[in-house]
Design a protein. Structure first.
Length: 433
């Protein structure tokens, strides 16, 4: 209800010249008026003596790598550096190189960044001169990010061009790898690394010669602790990319290593570089440790090369959790693979494995799309193991109940003999020691 009185007007953020003159606190600091109407003590600025201080000016923030304009400009510089050795470097590899460059810049600036209020920058001017502004563009151009982005991009370009097929549907000769079993996660955290270890344990306990391939970036690998000790490494397709061989019991574990900050998707060595100097391999189990969403969009290079059609035909395994979100994620991954499957470039997933469950919970299987639904009938369930769930994959043999769950599958593929009673007891004798 109106009282006829004029409402009190808020005090202007920018005061008149008389009111806005510099005020000095008892300790002789500078007090500034900010747009929110508050007065704050200006940060202490080393340099000019108090007698030389003439005025302090509040200005807007300058363009820095933290500002939107600065981020865009820096990304453009890093993109140019990443594609310096190959202008056709794929987007996924370019993005990885740019991210590595941005991270290198951030780490380099940590020690020198001065934290100031984002609303204002205090510029101090003395009687004699005004400091010249820093040439920030020149400083950024020479930062470590440029060199890092260029190195990551060059490595990805060199490696990727060594693995490109003659044509999209060129088949691969997998004979030297035995039965290739690519393990593809249908959703984040599905348990692809765990299943890879379980499959290899069953094979090596049955005296099968198995190679385990870990394509993940070392910092993100689910098999980082799968061997008791590190073995020797061999040169890869680029000086910055190597393959290290270790033993997981009687299975040979091969992992990618790099001196670069990241393994770009295209920098994963092509399959032929992973073949060890052994007489015979019965099976090669591959943990496709990169984002399944990206791999399924372009599976002809990097970790996705293990999905390519060839002879003998690979048997890709799709790994999910017994949850609705996991099945929905898996459907989308298969939908992205559809086009590559139709033109004969990659092998379709032939087996669904459900981790951490003995059966479908009520209402879960019903959300499966048509692609996943075609794999439901023959799904293999790997039961939950509390110790494995907490500790992950270590050098210890995986629990017997998890190995028993996948043994019939490997037997149906002809990788394990049909055991008599004595042989079966020997297979079940494996322990976690």
């Amino acid at each position: 209800m109106s009282t006829g009185e004029s409402p009190a007007q808020p005090k202007p953020a920018v005061e008149t010249a008389a009111e806005g003159e510099r005020h000095r606190a008892p300790h002789d600091g500078v007090v500034l008026a900010f747009p929110d109407g508050c007065r704050r003590l200006a940060p202490t600025v080393p340099g000019p003596a108090s007698g030389q201080l003439q005025h302090a000016v509040a200005t807007g923030p300058t363009s820095t790598p933290a500002a939107a304009e600065g981020i865009g400009a820096r990304e453009a510089q890093l993109t140019q550096a990443a594609r310096g050795s190959w202008s056709a470097l794929p987007f996924a590899d370019t993005a990885a190189a740019v991210e590595a460059g941005m991270l290198a810049d951030a780490a380099d600036r940590v020690a020198s960044v001065i934290q100031i209020a984002p609303a204002a920058v205090i510029t101090v001017v003395d009687d004699e001169h005004t400091p010249a502004p820093t040439d920030q563009a020149a400083e950024e151009q020479s930062g470590p990010g440029i060199a890092v982005a260029a190195a990551v991009g060059e490595a990805a370009a060199t490696v990727q061009r060594q693995g490109l097929p003659a044509t999209v549907a060129t088949p691969v000769d997998w004979a030297g790898f035995g039965q290739v079993i690519p393990v593809l996660a249908g959703s984040p955290g599905a348990g692809a690394s765990v299943l890879t270890a379980i499959l290899s344990d069953v094979l090596q306990l049955a005296a099968r010669c198995a190679l385990v391939v870990d394509t993940a970036d070392p910092a993100r690998s689910g098999l980082a602790m799968a061997a008791r000790s590190e073995g020797p490494w061999i040169p890869g397709p680029h000086p910055s990319v190597r393959i290290r061989y270790s033993w997981r019991a009687q299975a040979l574990l091969a992992r990618v290593e790099t001196s670069l900050p990241v393994i770009a998707p295209g920098a994963v060595p092509p399959p032929r570089f992973w073949h060890p100097a052994v007489r015979e391999l019965h099976a090669t189990v591959v943990d496709i440790g990169h984002d399944a969403w990206r791999v399924s969009a372009h599976p002809l290079t990097g970790a996705g090369e293990w999905l390519r059609q060839g002879s003998p035909a690979p048997r890709p395994v799709l790994v999910v959790r017994a949850t609705r979100p996991s099945l929905m994620h898996a459907e989308q991954v298969l939908a992205r693979l559809d086009a590559w499957i139709e033109i004969g470039a990659v092998a379709p997933p032939s087996q669904l494995v459900v981790m951490g469950a003995k059966r479908w919970p009520p209402g879960v299987a019903g959300v499966a799309g048509r692609r996943v639904a075609g794999l439901l009938e023959g799904a293999v369930f790997v039961p939950h193991d509390p110790e494995l769930a907490v500790g992950g994959i270590t050098a210890q043999v995986t629990p017997i109940q998890t190995r028993d769950a996948v043994t019939p599958l490997l037997r149906s593929w002809g990788l394990l003999p049909v055991p008599d009673g004595k042989d079966k007891r020997l297979i079940r004798k494996g322990t976690r020691s």
